[in-house]
Design a protein around this ligand. Structure first.
Ligand SMILES: [Zn+2]
Ligand SMILES: [Zn+2]
Length: 234
């Protein structure tokens, strides 16, 4: 399920939707067993609001998650808190699914006390594998060149879609680096970790010539992640 906050622009939201759709399509076109009945289906909820709940109840809309997880002292959305709100949401309990959110506020993957101690530190995105990922366009907007900005956002979306599908796998010992709950690839691959906007742009430019951005090992993991979900997930 894809959603975004109020301040996300139309082109940014389009990049999100297209990037996810393109990765899923690429995988489905190569698997006849899932082609006609895709196990991971895209539901675009965008910037949703349930008017009857606004100001009366938690979970009234996309912006509620952002506002609730926002820490004014560090001027960041606290990623761990955001992901926890998703984990606890009534819709996850009713029907487990993968959530990918795009926000326009600055983001950190640290809890509040640590985030406040390191005012210069930010995250481009953070994720809880097989559950939810939240990514931010805040820092990307500083990229002056529009095509490069789009390339960077697409790369960030692909990367966190990989995390959502738990790619590379937790059982991997070779060619991976673990960072909290996130596994990263060390091959020439979109699952390499980028800490800063500069690193993200450099990797996105380097990988542009690959066409398909996942390395063979991560591609194999993507295929098994999709097959594993066949019949159980949406
Ligand atoms: Zn990552
Ligand atoms: Zn890889």
């Amino acid at each position: 399920m894809l959603s975004w906050s109020e301040g996300v622009s139309e082109p940014e939201a389009e990049t999100l939707v297209h990037a996810v759709q393109a990765v899923l399509n690429w995988l489905y076109f190569r698997r006849f067993d899932v082609f006609f009945d895709p196990p991971v289906r895209l539901h675009v909820f965008g910037n949703w609001v349930i008017p009857s709940l606004v100001n009366r109840h938690d979970y009234w809309g996309t912006q509620w998650y952002v506002d609730t997880a926002y820490d004014p002292a560090s001027e960041r959305v606290l990623g761990p808190q955001y992901l926890e709100l998703v984990r606890q949401e009534p819709w996850q309990r009713a029907e487990p699914h993968l959530d990918l959110s795009l926000i326009d506020q600055d983001l950190t993957d640290m809890p509040a006390p640590l985030a406040r101690q390191r005012p210069g530190y930010y995250s481009l995105g953070t994720s809880y594998p097989e559950l939810a990922a939240v990514i931010s366009v805040h820092r990307l907007r500083a990229i002056a060149d529009a095509p490069t900005r789009e390339l960077a956002l697409r790369r960030l979306v692909q990367h966190h879609l990989g995390h959502l599908l738990a790619v590379p796998g937790f059982g991997e010992r070779q060619f991976v680096q673990r960072r909290g709950l996130e596994m990263h690839c060390v091959n020439r691959c979109v699952m390499r970790h980028a800490e800063t906007v500069e690193q993200l742009v450099a990797l996105a430019l380097e990988e542009r010539s690959l066409g398909w951005p996942f390395c063979p090992r991560c591609t194999a993991h993507l295929h098994s992640a999709i097959i594993r979900r066949a019949g159980n997930w949406n």
